[in-house]
Design a protein around this ligand. Structure first.
Ligand code: XBP
Ligand code: MG
Length: 253
């Protein structure tokens, strides 16, 4: 196949944003609202089953039967309450990202540069809020890097979040490409399901939160994209011996 575009997931794929970024931001927002909720590292692992911050908050309230008393918002309208809480969380997340505390994962900058140099088109398909993606790209890649991506498909732009394929279908439509022209790069089971249902060949770069997920159906699974001096491990997939994921490797799968 002649590879034309790479479609990147964001959280967990470009950077380990969840544990030290989103989780902390949620907890700060809870404190702002006078809530005694605390999302520990382990609890957050379970909560990550639900994609989308607003959806995750609603899931938490329903599943863990927590009380929203003491909050500034009415308890009666959970959706509206979650949206207010989530707006505060988004502010905290951006502050954390802009402090430069969340670096890109190994190999991300290199692979994006290789793809750019080879004239490949770039896109993003994420569940996270659009403004979160922009803050992360500007802080970690380059101030003008949002312009490197022809499509940034994010957050509520589609009705159904991952594992539904909607965000990938939207990105493909905006790129005006067929799935066989593209490769998706993901880190999680819900992300993989979304990409596979959009018929995209998918490479998984797993992380601490996702390393026990079921990655059946992925073309390749690695523990990180790797660098020439920082080799990655091949977890599954059929590919010639390599020590880091280059564009050449992607073109061969
Ligand atoms: C990431 C998510 C997001 C983030 C939080 O999914 O599920 O909800 O956890 O971001 P993906 P928001 O890896 O597919 O991008 O609070 O902005 O939703
Ligand atoms: Mg992800």
């Amino acid at each position: 196949m002649a590879l034309k575009a790479l479609i990147f997931d964001v959280d967990g794929t470009l950077a380990d944003t969840e544990r030290d970024g989103h989780r902390i931001a949620f907890n700060r927002a809870f404190a702002d609202f006078g809530l005694d909720w605390n999302w520990s590292i382990d609890l957050y692992h379970d909560l990550l089953e639900v994609a989308g911050g607003k959806e995750r908050i609603q899931h938490y309230v329903k599943t863990y039967d927590v009380k929203t008393f003491g909050a500034k918002s009415p308890e009666t309208d959970l959706k509206a309450f979650a949206a207010q809480l989530h707006a505060a969380k988004t502010g905290h997340y951006q502050t954390l990202v802009k402090e430069g505390l969340i670096p890109l994962r190994p190999g991300v900058q290199r692979l994006i540069q290789e793809a750019k140099d080879a004239g490949l088109r770039l896109a993003i398909a994420t569940t996270s809020q659009f403004e979160n993606v922009i803050a992360l790209l500007e802080t970690t890649l380059a101030p003008d890097s949002p312009n490197w991506f022809e499509v940034i498909a994010a957050g509520d732009i589609v009705p159904q979040k991952k594992p539904a394929p909607d965000i990938y279908l939207y990105a493909l439509e905006q790129l005006n490409l067929e799935p066989e022209d593209c490769i998706a790069i993901e880190d999680s089971y819900p992300g993989l399901q979304a990409a596979l249902q959009a018929n995209l060949k998918t490479v998984i770069t797993m992380n601490d939160y996702t390393c026990r997920h079921d990655f059946s159906g992925a073309a390749l699974v690695v523990d990180q994209l790797g660098e020439p001096d920082q080799p990655c491990s091949l977890i599954s997939g059929s590919v010639d011996k390599f020590s880091y994921l280059s564009l050449k490797t992607l073109q061969a799968i």
